[in-house]
Design a protein around this ligand. Structure first.
Ligand code: K1U
Ligand code: ZN
Length: 192
């Protein structure tokens, strides 16, 4: 175009990395945590930018998993990194993950949740699961998981369906936690 300076984007494929941002994590009793997330229709630059933000937010928290709805985006996207403290990072992305098989055998794990900070509870879930999902290239995969990976995948897929780990506890425990976090949210709103 005559008279217009031409802008040259030197790194068009990685431009989204520059915009990578820490996002706020929604905290109980935020109603958005109860939303059912929408499937991803196309794995595009917007989804890749969301995933970058989710990793940054998850590592900063710190956490070992995160569902997109926890940062306020109701899309079926999960990030995980179960690498041990001194091991190299192992970022994993699950787009539209679905549990397609669960074992009869159960396992109990003391779970935590970045949306329910500093609260932990024993949750019983299937010990092994098969999960199908898409990767960042929209390539389909099926994964058989056990141990912490099986627990985390089920915890994160629950988030995509508006389910929290406290929903797997007794009503007494759940109501107690809800009351505590509702009170804290009211106090924070009053002092804001
Ligand atoms: O979904 C989330 O809220 C993340 C959550 C994942 C999870 C943990 C344990 C069992 C099931 C699912 C967390 O990451 S809580 C924080 C946590 O477990 C942790 C943080 C730092 C180091 C090690 C663990
Ligand atoms: Zn959680």
């Amino acid at each position: 175009m005559a008279g217009q300076p031409r802008r040259i984007d030197r790194f068009p494929a990685t431009a989204y990395i520059a915009a990578m941002a820490l996002r706020d994590i929604l905290i109980l009793p935020d109603k958005r945590l109860r939303q059912v997330s929408e499937p991803v229709k196309k794995v595009d630059a917007g989804i890749r930018a969301l995933v970058e933000d989710m990793f940054e937010t998850m590592y900063d928290a710190p956490g070992i998993g995160l569902a997109a709805i926890q940062v306020g985006t109701p899309k079926r996207v999960v990030t995980l990194d179960l690498a041990k403290k001194d091991d190299p990072k192992n970022p994993q992305v699950f787009i539209n993950p679905e549990v397609v098989w669960t074992s009869e055998e159960k396992a109990v794990y003391e779970e935590g949740c970045l949306s329910i900070p500093e609260y932990y509870g024993d949750v019983e879930r299937p010990a092994q699961v098969k999960v199908k999902y898409l990767d960042l290239e929209a390539k389909p995969h099926e994964l058989e998981a056990s141990g912490l990976l099986a627990t985390c995948l089920q915890h994160e897929i629950d988030h995509l369906n508006g389910v929290l780990f406290i929903d797997h506890l007794s009503k007494l425990k759940r109501d107690r936690v809800l009351k505590k976090f509702t009170k804290a949210a009211k106090r924070a709103a009053e002092t804001a």
